[in-house]
Design a protein around this ligand. Structure first.
Ligand code: NDP
Length: 478
């Protein structure tokens, strides 16, 4: 694939080209992408600003119909999108197609949101008056996205922004921009007017400030340190900021848990999608009565995973997405061993038919919450088990972490589940289900420093993508 920037309805060549390689086969170039310059970023922002008044005022049925067409195209091309995703990011083909289908569902949901999104009408304290609260587009939205969900995250930002009448400049990760190029093609084919959607490829650091200065709002998903930086960059212009950042998500297993359910939820939440999910479980907190039986079953499950080429139908866990992330994972593994954690599965790079970033799913025992392994987000197929006395200690350990995105508990006690639902400090929590695997029609996000500036997905996304107007009307009818 040769990916180009899409600005004001035109595909624009230029700039240095950046190549992506297949993490399952480092000898394969997947795509070459023209890097956007600062001038391209300025042009994209200006195009989005010019297109804003007409799009903000566009008929809501028309906006909805266009978004629905994009959803239809994503469904129709789910195999293509999923295959490209698997080749460029390393998810298994099943996971890649699943993500493409999710992006389609997101577009369909937000197609409906154009006509569903309500305002409010209030009686006034003053006779002969009433009060109308309406929601207006926030304006030009810059969307900056990471590599780990290269179609779903662009979809849930772009679909929401467009549904509420905003125009968009999307900057996907330089590691996996191919799906965003396909999305731009679909938006163009759906008839989205020039300038309403723009795509910039390449390095975020070189054009980030231009985007933040020129946009009315920036929605960012990525690493917590980058998010902090974005917030600082937005301070002088007071550009509205939404941040979806890292997680260090705890999954608690209580003595009364159903063992099958607990093992499945822990394994799926931790190693699914190669552990590269912000909502993935990285700390597994287990009470002492079930600890040994749970560990035995979990180690068996982890050790049996088939790791390999993302397009091989036998593969259950694809490669780590890129060299930098693999090096990061191995660094955490080495330091965890040095800290005294006991390696019971994985911990090493695996050989395969092709040269790729294959890391054996890794599990440590006898870890404490004070170890680096349990404090810093790893973002790979690596987790530690922390043994605790009881639910009280489990809750204390789960909460003892700066990040607060997702959390989970395995228990057959309704009372324990409800206690943890209240006690969890994360933005999302699950009972007898993996900490990862969210749905598009309900709010998604964490508390600071895992999230900032309002939730994404579902109707809650209106909080960020719209501005409130309160109108006091003296109509004179008493
Ligand atoms: P990064 O923060 O490295 O990058 C995210 C995006 O920001 C990329 O497009 C990157 O561009 C861009 N960027 C980097 N620096 C700047 C800058 N100074 N100005 C503007 N843009 C910039 O994250 P990763 O891509 O490595 O993604 C992994 C992280 O994302 C993990 O920490 C994970 O937890 C988090 N994440 C959070 C989710 C959530 O919803 N809470 C969901 C998924 C992931 P470039 O292309 O140049 O790298």
């Amino acid at each position: 694939m040769h990916g180009r920037n899409y600005i004001d309805g035109q595909w624009r060549n230029g700039g240095a080209r950046l190549a992506t390689t297949n993490p399952s086969d480092l000898d394969e170039i997947v795509g070459e992408y023209d890097q956007a310059s600062v001038a391209d970023a300025e042009d994209a922002i200006h195009a989005a600003r010019r297109a804003l008044p007409a799009w903000a005022a566009a008929n809501i049925q028309l906006r909805g119909d266009m978004l629905r067409k994009v959803g239809d195209a994503l469904y129709a091309r789910a195999q293509d999108v999923g295959t490209l995703l698997a080749r460029e990011e390393g998810k298994t083909l099943k996971e890649g197609i699943g993500e493409a289908v999710r992006a389609a569902q997101v577009f369909h949901y937000f197609a409906g949101e154009t006509v569903r999104h309500p305002g409010q009408w209030y009686n006034s304290l003053r006779d002969g008056h009433n009060v109308i609260v309406s929601y207006e587009p926030v304006g030009v939205v810059a969307a900056i996205t990471p590599w780990n969900f290269p179609i779903a995250i662009p979809a849930w930002k772009v679909a929401a922004a467009l549904a509420y009448g905003n125009t968009v400049v999307l900057k996907p990760s330089e590691y996996a921009p191919g799906c965003a190029v396909l999305l731009a093609e679909m938006l163009e084919q759906a008839g989205v007017p020039n300038g309403v959607f723009n795509l910039l490829l390449g390095d975020g650091r070189s054009i980030g400030q231009t985007l933040i200065d020129g946009a009315d709002a920036v929605t960012f998903t990525g690493a917590t340190p980058t998010g902090r930086r974005i917030l600082q960059m937005a301070a002088p212009t007071m550009t509205k900021v939404q941040l979806e950042l890292g997680g260090k998500n705890p999954f608690i297993v209580l003595d009364d848990a159903d063992l099958d359910v607990a093992v499945e939820a822990a394994a799926q939440g931790t190693w699914g999608q190669t552990g590269q999910r912000c909502t993935g479980s990285e700390r597994i907190i287990v009470t002492k009565g079930i600890h040994d039986a749970f560990v035995e079953r979990l180690v068996q499950t982890v050790s049996n995973y088939r790791v390999g080429h993302a397009l091989d139908p036998q593969t259950e866990i694809g490669p780590v997405a890129n060299q930098a992330q693999l090096d990061k994972n191995l660094g955490f593994i080495n330091r965890a061993r040095a800290d005294g954690a006991e390696l019971v599965a994985g911990g090493h790079v695996k050989e395969a038919r092709t040269r790729g970033h294959f890391l054996a799913p890794t599990l440590f025992l006898n870890t404490t919450n004070a170890m680096e392994l349990n404090r810093e987000e790893i973002f790979g197929p690596v987790a530690g088990i922390i043994k605790v006395e009881d639910l009280d200690e489990a809750i204390a350990v789960a909460r003892d972490c700066e990040l607060a995105l997702s959390s989970g508990i395995a228990t057959t006690s309704l009372k324990s589940a409800e206690r943890y639902r209240r006690a969890s400090n994360a933005g999302m929590m699950t009972v007898n289900a993996p900490t990862a695997g969210v749905e598009y029609h309900v709010p998604f996000g964490g508390r600071a420093p895992s999230g900032f500036g309002g939730r994404e997905q579902g109707a809650a996304s209106a909080e960020f993508f719209t501005e409130i107007k309160t109108a006091y009307i003296n109509h004179g009818v008493v």
